[in-house]
Design a protein around this ligand. Structure first.
Ligand SMILES: Cc1cc2nc3c(=O)[nH]c(=O)nc-3n(C[C@H](O)[C@H](O)[C@H](O)COP(=O)(O)O)c2cc1C
Length: 158
């Protein structure tokens, strides 16, 4: 038993501001993806990143089906994309510009950075998975990030 409920857990953890990513992959020739803020760099040597998809996610089994994914870091003008890719069952890629990365995963046009990686380990923890992926290629462009803080989107002001 804990002294707090899920609502309080979400509220307090929501004070940790983060960037917003879209994790994408291909499934039987079709792009798939979901909005993700549980993304972080795990190791420099070897170059590893990690993120946590929910076990209830409908898109995660499709995104991970080839083990090759792209973590697209969203730019400040991509809030609408973040919202669409957080809706289960939506036709998320309708009208969305993307190009295949060298590993085949979708790189979204207009993102701030792209991290192409191969899934190496998937660990089960409660109602989510912890995925460790090895980076094969990456790139970025000048611009400002989309941020998420206390259940709201915002921009970075230095
Ligand atoms: C800003 C933001 C961050 C999110 N971060 C995560 C995350 O780190 N892990 C996760 O599983 N879901 C996260 N979600 C929820 C998923 O995006 C959502 O459950 C998923 O897209 C539902 O669609 P699916 O069933 O097709 O996966 C986030 C949603 C938003 C709006």
């Amino acid at each position: 038993m804990t002294g707090f409920d899920q609502g309080e857990f979400r509220t307090v953890l929501g004070h940790f501001a983060s960037g917003v990513a879209l994790v994408t992959g291909m499934h039987r020739g079709h792009p798939s993806g979901f909005t993700c803020q549980s993304f972080f760099s795990l190791s420099l040597a070897p170059p590893l990143v990690a993120f946590a998809p929910g076990k209830a996610s409908q898109s995660w089994p499709r995104v991970s089906s080839t083990s090759q994914v792209c973590v697209n870091i969203l730019a400040s003008d991509q809030e609408a994309l973040a919202r669409v890719f957080s809706q289960s069952g939506a036709d998320k890629f309708a009208g969305v510009g993307w190009s295949p990365a060298a590993n085949g995963a979708p790189r979204l046009h207009g993102a701030l950075a792209w991290i192409d990686c191969a899934i190496e380990q998937v660990h089960e923890h409660g109602d989510h998975y912890l995925v460790v992926a090895r980076v094969s290629d990456l790139d970025s462009r000048p611009g400002q990030p989309l941020l998420f803080y206390r259940a709201g989107f915002g921009n970075f002001s230095p």
